[in-house]
Structure formats: C-alpha cells, structure tokens
Design a protein around this ligand. Structure first.
Ligand code: ADP
Ligand code: MG
Length: 322
C-alpha cells in the first residue's frame, strides 16, 4: 500500500459560527503532487495552516509523516517546507544572503549555509541574480527564491499557498515545471493551493476541489469529472440535417440509428442538435453509423465533461451551484 505522507481526517475549523473547513478527509501519498483547488474563501489557507500546526482545528486530526500536527507542531515544521502566500525577505539583502540566513537559522554553519544557498539558487534558476537585492526582485524571482528558501532544510514535504498568484503565464509554467521536477527527482511530496484550475492541472497528479470548506471531489481530472458529472462523462453533439429536421419520421430514424451504436445511452433533441450521451468514447462509431445509414453528417462535436465544466460550475459561478 502506498504510504500517506499527509493524512487528514474529519478536520474542522470554525471562526465563531462560521465553518471555514468542514470535516475534511484527505490523504496525499509520498511523492505525489496534490493541488488543493478552490475559489477564494474556500478554506484552503486555513487547511494549510492546520496541516502545519499553526492553527488549531476544532475537530479532527492531521498527520504529516505520521506526526500529529496539533500536538507536535515543531516536529512537523522540521520536515515540512512552507511557502506562505506572501513570502517575506530582507529586501536590502541579496538572494544569496537571505538564503544563507535561513540556512543558519536551520542550524548550518556559515560555510555550509552559503554552499547550500548557492546550490539552491542554481537549482531555481536564480544563479545570475544571487547578488542582487531581493527588494529589486520581480514577483517570479521572489517566488523562486521562496522555493529555494523552503528547500534549504531538505524537507520531505513542501506546502505552497497560492504559489502562482501574480505570475505571468510564462512564470507560472516555469514555476510549476520546477515543482514537478523537484517532486520527480527527489521524491518530495507537494501540496499546493490555487484558485487557478487551468494552470495547475498539468502538473498535479491529483487535485481536490475544495468549495466552502468541503472537498467536493478529488482525483485526476478524469476521475474528478466523473465524480462531479455522473457516470456518463461523454457527450456528443450531432447536428441535424435540414431534411431531417423538418421530418419527424426521419428524426426518429436517425435517433434510432444513434441508439443502436454500442455505448450510446441516450439521445435527446434540443436546439437543432442531437445530444448523445455515451458510456465511453464512441465518437467514431457514431459518425460511421450516421454516414452508413445515408444521413448527412453535417456536424459532430465531442463534449467531454472536463475542466471547462468544472471551472464554470464551481469557480466562475462563485460556487453557488453545489
Ligand atoms: P482560501 O485560502 O481558500 O481563500 P481561507 O482559508 O483564507 O480561504 O478562508 C476561508 C474562510 O474563513 C473565509 O471566509 C475567511 O474569511 C475566513 N477566515 C479565514 N481566517 C479567518 C480568521 N482568522 N478569522 C475569521 N475568519 C477567517
Ligand atoms: Mg488562501
């Protein structure tokens, strides 16, 4: 069985009457990259703070590598690298000096700290800017320095709160690829939060969709859409030829042809289209069946429930569509 590095169960946090995190169950395996996704105010940061033992839950448990975050926050801190949403550096000092300072705080000698800092600066692509004052760093550079800062104590787990916020698309790609590389090469377990569903999905092994303190679903994107949209995630739109549209008999015929295709579950007419729900990917069979039956194939569009649907239903809509 895979080893769970982060193990959360029944985790609940209330602020007065308001429940920010509501009986959350979640586990992240060793070496996994997990994206905690959800709109603003979903409870992502609160969850992260509880994982780190920085905020006490009202109910439930959190363990990181078997260590209880609530009773042993200091132990947890030793194995987890945390990049908060607003990472702070000493602006008047260089990237190298800032990193070396963190190294010394973590018990390294001056020489060790500098050596390690240089290595990490290279690792995150800041080698050429290592002598520059961090006050003059761009947002992307600060995030990369933040990552180096988190890595200096060789953490087993890294937790990043909204790490790509404010980065330009190129910066996002670069940063996420860096995280993916780290996880792959060094087996580091990564959990990060984001309210940008689109950008993060390509690097996450798994994502959890977190809305109003609750985990609605988790898994890879395909699993997620299946969980959120039921057992038939494949929808094919078929245009109805003019001759058929005006003739109920022909329409019935065409519907029957589609229903005969193996894997087709339902066929419904709407807005001059036939919506064909399928149990699996049978788009090619559908087009063949139409042509073979002598109907004109004017339009066929595969609609897999996916990110778009998830995005609009849970993010764009302000999570009002539970
Ligand atoms: P996210 O990180 O997903 O944007 P947060 O965890 O920051 O969400 O916040 C979740 C909810 O809890 C929000 O409605 C927020 O206003 C509320 N909240 C967070 N921290 C506090 C606090 N210290 N006191 C009261 N309410 C809080
Ligand atoms: Mg937050």
């Amino acid at each position: 069985m895979a080893e769970n590095v982060i193990q959360i169960s029944g985790l609940t946090k209330k602020y007065g009457e308001f429940t920010a995190v509501d009986h959350l169950d979640l586990s992240v395996e060793k070496g996994e990259i997990f994206g905690l996704l959800g709109p603003n105010g979903a409870g992502k940061s609160t969850t992260i703070l509880m994982i780190l033992g920085l905020t006490e839950p009202d109910e439930g448990t959190v363990r990181v590598s078997g260590i209880d975050s609530i009773s042993k926050p200091v132990e947890v801190k030793k194995i987890v690298g945390y990049l908060p949403e607003d990472v702070g550096f000493y602006d008047r000092y260089s990237g190298l000096e800032n990193l070396a300072f963190t190294g010394r705080l973590n018990g390294m000698t001056e020489t060790e700290a500098i050596k390690k800092a240089k290595l990490l600066l290279k690792r995150v692509g800041l080698e050429e800017n290592s002598e520059k004052k961090t006050g003059n760093y761009s947002r992307g550079m600060r995030q990369r320095l933040g990552l180096a800062d988190v890595l200096i104590k060789d953490p087993e787990v890294i937790i990043l709160d909204e790490p790509i916020l404010g980065l330009d698309p190129y910066g996002v790609k670069e940063f996420l690829e860096m995280i993916a590389g780290l996880s792959r090469e060094e087996g580091i377990t990564v959990l990060f939060s984001s309210h940008h569903l689109y950008q993060v999905q390509q690097v996450c092994d798994r994502v959890g969709l977190f809305v109003r303190g609750k985990l609605l679903a988790d898994g890879d994107i395909n699993t997620l859409s299946r969980k959120l949209f039921g057992s038939s995630p494949y929808l094919v739109e078929v245009g109805i030829p003019v001759q058929v549209a005006g003739d109920p008999d022909k329409l019935k015929n065409m519907t029957r042809v589609l229903l005969d295709v193996e894997g087709v579950l339902t066929v419904e007419e709407k807005d001059n289209k036939l919506y064909v729900e399928c149990s699996h990917e049978v788009t090619a069979d559908i087009s063949r069946a139409i042509v073979r039956s002598g109907f004109e194939l004017i339009y066929l569009n595969k609609r897999e429930y996916g990110l778009d649907d998830i995005y609009y239903r849970y993010f764009e809509g302000g999570a009002d569509h539970e």
